[in-house]
Design a protein around this ligand. Structure first.
Ligand code: NAD
Ligand code: IPM
Ligand code: MN
Length: 356
């Protein structure tokens, strides 16, 4: 199969982990006889430094012309600590999602049994957890009108959803549920927010098209509690942009670490495959980042954008075998991990490559 992949590493550990993610894709191409071509483009802080723009037109054009995008992360402490900065790396990421119409962000919470001890949650509570989040990605408080008034003393961010936006993400979630445990939990805050009341109304309506699927509605505060209390009760979760952002960072602890969570952002055009974690400047440049979120994002890319199921599974299996062999990065090591089994970004990448 011939495909053109755009690698967009972005900032911080984004650079380190996508380099490994790309190597894994190259190995797959070689092993399975595919012809993948690659290009690179700038986004985030590195793009601001080079061009003044967090999402240069050239990057956007390259994205549109590619079959898929392997994305790293954006962000830099310079902006995190300067609320007055007008141009920010995250604007590049948000504009990319909007421009490419990436309204569905799939975040699988896949727990490898080998990592049962890496979480702060008790193993017996965790074992068997397998959740698929559908985070709406191009609406909500992220994209509504925002600004200041009263001479800057009052700030506002408006949350907005249309019926159409809720309907299309709900359908994706129900379609996925039909191929899994046939359970959907819709998470909202309908006791307070008008957007959530529309959300619930639309999800109830879409649910009627899927009589085999059991639907549950939970308020986000309660859902956050249940995730830790009993993660096994979850199958598919569908939720709004902001709630999905927060709940999936929480859910990363079910999988053991932020460094394990991959995602697929899909919608109207080229799919973007990105770890859920950020640029992690606390560990940037140290070679400590766990590349598995990027590697597993590459697996999602092969499966969802290219329909290469066996290739995707070969990656997941290589990650699993590496964990079975006892290799860990620092974020997923526990008290029982021997020191010499704790590897850096590149070295664990090599172990995974060997097993493909
Ligand atoms: P973060 O996800 O970057 O890091 C949170 C914690 O998890 C840190 O302690 C970090 O060291 C650890 N961590 C994250 N990924 C890891 C990995 N692969 N291996 C090992 N440890 C890992 O979140 P943050 O610190 O809140 O944000 C840092 C910057 O990243 C900010 O500028 C933020 O805006 C940006 N950000 C970007 C994205 C994105 O590009 N999709 C996502 C989240 C945050
Ligand atoms: C994510 C990130 C982004 C988000 C930020 C960096 C804009 O946290 O991809 O989860 O909130 O969507
Ligand atoms: Mn996030």
């Amino acid at each position: 199969m011939k495909k053109h992949i755009l690698v967009v590493p972005g900032d911080g550990i984004g650079q380190e982990v996508t380099a490994v993610g790309k190597k894994v894709v190259e190995k797959i191409a070689q092993k399975f006889g595919h012809e993948f071509t690659y290009d690179e483009a700038l986004i985030g802080h590195v793009a601001i430094e080079a061009t003044g723009d967090p999402l240069p037109q050239e990057t956007l054009e390259k994205m549109r012309a590619s079959d898929a995008v392997l994305f790293g992360a954006v962000g830099h402490p310079k902006y995190d600590n300067d609320p007055s900065a007008k141009v920010r790396p995250e604007q590049g990421l948000l504009k990319m999602r909007k421009e490419l119409g990436l309204y569905a962000n799939l975040r699988p919470i896949k727990l490898f049994d080998e990592l049962l001890g890496a979480s702060s949650i008790k193993p017996e509570i965790l074992k068997g957890s397998d959740i698929l989040f559908f985070r709406e990605l191009t609406g909500d408080i992220y994209f509504g009108e925002k600004g200041r008034k009263n001479d800057g003393d009052t700030a506002y961010d408006i949350a907005e959803y249309s019926r159409y936006e809720v309907e299309r993400i709900a359908r994706k979630a129900f379609d996925a549920a039909m191929t899994r445990g046939k359970k959907v939990m819709s998470v909202d805050k309908a006791n307070v927010l008008e957007t959530s009341r529309l959300w619930r109304e639309v999800v109830q309506k879409v649910a009627k098209e899927y009589p085999e699927v059991t639907v549950e509605h939970q308020f986000v505060d309660s859902a956050a509690m249940l995730l830790i209390k009993n993660p096994k009760q979850f199958d598919v979760v569908v939720t709004a942009n902001l709630f999905g952002d927060i709940l999936t960072d929480e859910a990363s602890q079910i999988a053991g670490s932020m460094g394990m969570l991959a995602s697929a952002s899909v919608g109207d055009s080229t799919g973007v495959y990105e770890p859920i974690h950020g640029s992690a400047h606390d560990i940037t440049g140290k070679g400590l980042a766990n590349p598995m979120a990027s590697i597993l994002s590459a697996a999602l890319m092969l499966d969802i954008s290219f329909g290469l199921k066996a290739e995707s599974e070969a990656i997941i299996s290589a990650v699993e075998q590496t964990l079975k062999a006892g290799f860990r990065t620092g974020d997923i090591a526990d008290a029982s991990t021997p020191k010499d089994m704790i590897l850096g970004t590149e070295a664990i990448g090599e172990e995974i490559l060997k097993r493909i």
